[in-house]
Ligand binder design. Structure first.
Ligand code: NAD
Ligand code: MLT
Length: 312
C-alpha cells in the first residue's frame, strides 16, 4: 500500500529525493492553494509537508482524516496548530538546524544594509540621483548589538557581530552568565538589553510569551536612535508601535524580513524611508532549502517505515 504525501509549499526538488525514492510513498505537489482547495486536498493525505505559507489550522487538521504526520521544512511551527494535531494523534516534525546559517547570514546582511542605508542609496541611484549626502551611515564597530533569543540563530548572529568588532549583549531565559562569558558577550535581562543596545535583533520563536515583546513600552526604554532587526517572526514586534517609534524619531531605522501578516502587497511600514525589508527570505538559499527539505523528507520516510523520527 502506498501512503499519500501532500506538499503544499515550494520545497527543494533535490531535498525531496528521499520521498521520491521511497517505494511506499506517492507524492502530490500543489502550491498556492485557496483554503477551500486545501481542505479538499488534505482529505486524502497521509503526510502533509509545508514551509511557512500554508496555515495548518484546526479545521485543516480536522478535514484530514487520514493524516498521520506533518513535516515543517524549516524551524518555526507557528503556522501549524500543534495542539490540534496532537489531539488527533498526528506527529509534527520540523527541521531545526537546516537553515540556521542562512538565517544568521541574512540577519548580518540586514544589519549591515541598515547601518549603511544600502537599499535606500541603491534605489536613489536607480532613480538617476548621485546623492552622497543623504545616505550617511553609522559604523558597526564599537556599537552594541542586543540579541533577544540566543538559540541557534541568535548565537550565530552574536558570533558574527563580534567579527564586526561589535559589543554584544544578549537575553535568553536559558542563558547563564557563565555561558555568556565563554561566548565573550554580555548578559542581562530584557530591560538591560533594551537600555544599552544601539541595534536590537530578535531571534525568539513566536509564541504567547513573545508576541509584541517589542511594544510601545519596550521602545520607550531603548536608546534614542536605536535600530531594530527582525529576521525571526512577524508578531514579535508590535508593528504599529514600531511605526510610531520611527515617526517620533526614537527608532532610527528597522530591517524586517518577517511581518505580522504575510504575504502582503503593501504595508504602512514600507512607506517609511527608515525601513528596509525583504519578503521572508531568511532561509531562502539553495543550501538551506535543500537541507530542510531533506531533513523532513527523511523523517517522513522513517515514519512510514516504522522507524524513529529525528525531530518530533
Ligand atoms: P531556537 O529554538 O534555536 O532559539 C530560540 C531561542 O529563543 C531559544 O534559545 C529560547 O530559549 C529563546 N527564547 C524563548 N522565549 C524567549 C523570550 N521570551 N525571550 C528571549 N528569548 C526567548 O530557534 P532558532 O533556530 O534560533 O530560530 C529562532 C526564530 O527564527 C524562530 O522563530 C524561527 O522560526 C525563526 N526563523 C526565521 C527564518 C526566516 O526565514 N526569517 C529562518 C529560520 C528561523
Ligand atoms: C523558518 O521558520 O524556518 C523560516 O520561517 C524559514 C522558512 O520556512 O521560510
Amino acid at each position: 500500500m502506498a501512503f499519500h504525501v501532500l506538499i503544499t509549499d515550494p520545497l527543494s526538488e533535490e531535498g525531496i529525493q528521499p520521498l521520491r525514492q521511497a517505494e511506499n510513498l506517492e507524492i502530490t505537489i500543489v502550491t498556492d492553494l485557496s483554503k477551500e482547495a486545501l481542505l479538499q486536498e488534505v482529505k486524502y493525505a497521509d503526510a502533509l509537508l509545508v514551509r511557512s505559507q500554508t496555515q495548518v489550522s484546526r479545521d485543516v487538521i480536522e478535514a484530514a482524516s487520514n493524516l498521520k504526520i506533518i513535516g515543517r521544512a524549516g524551524v518555526g511551527v507557528d503556522n501549524i496548530d500543534v495542539e490540534a494535531a496532537t489531539e488527533h494523534g498526528i506527529i509534527v516534525v520540523n527541521a531545526p538546524d537546516g537553515n540556521t546559517n542562512s538565517a544568521a547570514e541574512h540577519t548580518i546582511a540586514m544589519l549591515t544594509a541598515l547601518a549603511r542605508k544600502i537599499p535606500q542609496a541603491f534605489n536613489s541611484l536607480k532613480m538617476g540621483r548621485w546623492d552622497r549626502k543623504t545616505y550617511i551611515g553609522v559604523e558597526l564597530k564599537n556599537k552594541t548589538l542586543g540579541v533577544i533569543g540566543l538559540g541557534r540563530i541568535g548565537a550565530e548572529v552574536a558570533a558574527r557581530a563580534k567579527g564586526q568588532r561589535m559589543n554584544v549583549i544578549a537575553y535568553d531565559p536559558f542563558l547563564t552568565e557563565e555561558k555568556a562569558q565563554k561566548m565573550g558577550i554580555g548578559f542581562g535581562t530584557v530591560d538591560d538589553v533594551l537600555k544599552v543596545a544601539d541595534f536590537i535583533t530578535v531571534h525568539t520563536p513566536l509564541m504567547k510569551e513573545t508576541r509584541h515583546l517589542l511594544n510601545e513600552e519596550a521602545f520607550a526604554k531603548m536608546k534614542d536612535g536605536v535600530q531594530i532587526i527582525n529576521c525571526a517572526r512577524g508578531g514579535i514586534i508590535d508593528e504599529e508601535a514600531l511605526y510610531d517609534a520611527i515617526q517620533s524619531g526614537k527608532v532610527a531605522g528597522a530591517a524586517l524580513d518577517v511581518f505580522e501578516t504575510e504575504p502582503f502587497v503593501d504595508h504602512p511600514l514600507l512607506t517609511l524611508p527608515q525601513v528596509i525589508a525583504t519578503p521572508h527570505l531568511g532561509a531562502s538559499t539553495v543550501e538551506a532549502q535543500e537541507s530542510v527539505a531533506v531533513d523532513v523528507s527523511m523523517d517522513v520516510v522513517s515514519f512510514f517505515n516504522g522507524e524513529a523520527v529525528r525531530n518530533p
